[in-house]
Design a protein around this ligand. Structure first.
Ligand code: GAL
Length: 692
């Protein structure tokens, strides 16, 4: 083993600005290109080539030891850091910063053999065995103890290493093992419930256990929502999801606490802000990271993966409270875990990376550096593909590297929006629960539908949580906020009464935080705000659609709307509710509240959003549209400097975007009109005096 000789004095560490709120401690003076690096899969001579190529392309941040546990701790009380030491030194010698994994993501076989109680158990009681990854129960004290012992060793050894830039806690906490139903989890859940409720009767009331003979006499009788014959109690499931998300956060906090004893370097964990991650409520996590980091992969199971990417990037910035964030993982091309792993088209690597960049990312990292030749991920793309550097992927990576080198002033700049879109994980959990009025309607469809319509009308969006401070916005879009707390509903009402505009979409305001229906007519908490009462919802059968009087159609969902202050804006032309409202508008105090009571076709939703946006006085970004993204990054508050305009053309035809400044790649002066050829990305640097 190599002994490392590193400065131990905290004075030698990069400043972490301890007095500042969390999620603000990390800063970079240039946008970083980075990657996950798994050198243990390669012989030593490949490493030399790797670091040379990393330098060549401008890689500045490398994640190592993410899945290192079995190697650095080959047995109980035995640690062997020889290879990791070498890798760390090699990267350091080449001036490459390290994003150091604590290594706890996947317990090694010796540990799960000795302590099989660590293994997670699925809803149906079957064990999830080792042999893949992340086979640990989030509530397991045995896993916790052993993982923290590893963190202690790693943090002590590398905590002051001069190459260390960031701590990478665990990996995608909750990926695969977000919900565990074992006996240990059951006991932990009961403990959590005892804290949450005053006593068992309080829990019985919250969960509505008078239904179906579910009344509990004592906490000891409660189980996690294991596989049942019929639909389980939805309030119990909701609490179990809250509990499970907190158990994962507890692992992050425990690892962070150990690190902080040995190191002043900023700490993060890579989140999964993507359409398919539903097990973690990240709003409660972000106060506990020094910088928000996200992993995002294009999801080709969705109709419009590029829109989902943009939404997730805006949500990540929302989680970071507007501050720059890191894209810790994305792919150069195909992934390996979708039914069909679609490769990126020529130019798509740049378009997708820049879409994150435009929305506030201060680092663009890839999983992974070199494509594996063995293991379950051997057909996952990488910066260095199986074909090597004589490949289109490598050339696009080079292009991205040189683009980032041309943007030295971009780091730390931020995005400003006049429109907020409300998104809540616990709402998604509740809204998508079984036995709802229509399974044709999913929460994500509503969110992405509203987001896509805003994007099509050229409006940038901040994604916020319910109850967020709305004072800086002119318009708030609330797609299907089914579960809403009283205080959050009141905050939206105050925003509108005070002069703001809002658009709420159907099946909102329905239940309180326990998933208890707000009786008296839908949309419950928003009846007064919207000036309507709905007696009954009328979902439509698959394939059915109804014409609207003003043109367009409604499918999937309609409601029997009674106007109690609002006016009908669009009407149903046919069906049992013909003549009734599909969209309403209510002048409320000094503001205006719109309600989409039906599921509108894409064009109608888009034109409605156009009207809503105009009425709110929001200015769309000139040149932006359904296939052309135009996003600006401005100097952070209180700072001066240029603004950057990003134009990304996802379409097949050349586009024109009004702009003045210098196109950063070509150095061309842009004097009014920026041409963005089909599939191209253009970035204009706008000097401070031009922008103001
Ligand atoms: C992430 C994970 C990486 C890699 C990647 C593949 O979920 O953090 O380790 O597996 O997916 O897309």
């Amino acid at each position: 083993m190599i002994e490392l000789d590193h400065p131990r004095s905290p004075d030698a560490l990069p400043a972490t600005e301890p007095g500042r709120p969390a999620a603000q401690r990390w800063r970079t003076d240039r946008v970083l290109l980075g990657c996950d690096y798994n050198p243990e899969q390669w012989p030593r001579e490949v490493w030399e080539q790797d670091v040379r190529l990393m330098r060549e392309v401008g890689v500045g941040l490398v994640a190592v030891n993410v899945f290192g546990w079995a190697e650095v701790q080959p047995g109980p009380q035995r640690y062997d850091f020889a290879r990791l030491d070498e890798v760390v030194e090699l990267l350091h010698d080449h001036g490459i910063g390290i994003n150091l994994g604590t290594g706890t993501a996947s317990p090694p076989p010796w540990l799960t053999t000795a302590y099989p109680q660590i293994l997670p158990v699925a809803e149906d009681g079957t064990t999830r065995w080792p042999g893949g990854r992340q086979a640990w129960c989030p509530s397991s004290p045995v896993y916790r103890e052993h993982s923290l012992a590893l963190v202690e060793e790693v943090a002590r050894r590398y905590g002051h290493h001069p190459a260390l830039r960031l701590w990478h806690v665990n990996n995608e906490l909750g990926c695969h093992n977000g919900l565990c139903y074992c006996d240990v989890s059951a006991e932990a859940f009961r403990g959590w419930l005892r804290e949450r409720y005053v006593g068992i009767e309080d829990l019985n009331a919250a969960w509505g256990t008078s239904f179906w003979s579910q009344r509990y006499g004592a906490f000891e009788e409660i189980l996690p929502p294991r596989l049942t014959l019929s639909t389980p109690n939805p309030s119990q499931v909701l609490d179990y999801r809250r509990f499970s998300s907190e158990e994962l956060l507890a692992q992050h906090l425990a690892e962070s606490e150990v690190i902080r004893r040995h190191s002043g370097i900023p700490i993060t964990t890579n989140m999964m802000v993507t359409a398919h991650q539903r097990d973690v409520d990240y709003w409660s996590w972000t106060p506990h990271v020094d910088v928000v980091a996200n992993d995002h992969y294009l999801d080709h199971r969705l109709e419009d993966p590029a829109t989902e990417l943009a939404f997730c990037a805006d949500l990540t910035r929302g989680l970071a409270h507007g501050r720059p964030w890191l894209l810790m993982e994305h792919s150069t091309s195909a992934v390996n875990w979708q039914p069909v792993n679609v490769a990126k088209a020529p130019g798509e690597l740049l378009r997708t990376s820049v879409s994150h960049l435009a929305r506030g990312a201060d680092a663009l990292c890839f999983f992974q550096w070199r494509a594996s030749v063995q293991g379950a991920e051997k057909y996952h793309s990488a910066m260095v593909p199986h074909a090597g550097t004589d490949s289109s992927t490598w050339r696009e990576v080079q292009e991205l590297g040189s683009l980032l080198a041309d943007l030295p002033e971009l780091a730390g700049t931020t995005v400003r929006s006049q429109v907020a879109l409300v998104f809540s994980y616990e709402n998604q959990w509740a809204a998508d629960a079984p036995n709802r009025p229509s399974e044709l309607v999913t929460h994500l469809d509503q969110v992405l539908g509203a987001y896509a319509a805003l994007r099509a009308v050229g409006v940038g969006v901040d994604v916020v949580e319910p109850g967020a401070d709305l004072s800086g916005y002119q318009l708030v879009v609330v797609p299907q906020l089914y579960l809403v707390r009283d205080a959050d509903a009141a905050a939206l009402d105050r925003f509108v009464s005070g002069g703001g505009h809002a658009l709420v979409t159907y099946w909102s305001g329905i239940v309180d935080e326990d998933d208890r229906v707000r009786a008296g007519g839908y949309p419950g908490a928003f009846r007064d705000l919207l000036g309507v009462v709905v007696d009954e919802v009328h979902p439509l059968a698959a394939g059915q659609s109804l014409a609207l009087t003003e043109g367009g159609t409604a499918a999937r969902w309609t409601e029997r709307v009674r106007l109690t202050g609002a006016e009908a804006y669009l009407h149903l032309e046919e069906g049992p509710l013909r003549g009734g409202a599909a969209v309403t508008v209510h002048e409320r105090g000094a503001g205006r509240a719109w309600y989409a009571a039906a599921d509108l076709d894409e064009a109608t939703l888009r034109s409605l959003l156009g009207e809503v946006v105009r009425g709110a006085g929001v200015e769309p970004e000139p040149g932006a549209g359904p296939t052309v993204e135009v996003v600006r990054r401005h100097p952070a508050d209180g700072r001066s400097g240029p603004t950057f305009l990003f134009a990304i053309n996802h379409g097949d035809e050349s586009a024109h975007v009004p702009a003045r400044g210098t196109e950063v790649r070509s150095g061309d002066h842009v004097d009014g009109q920026l041409e963005v050829p089909a599939g191209a990305v253009r970035i204009v640097r706008i000097p401070a005096q031009e922008e103001s």
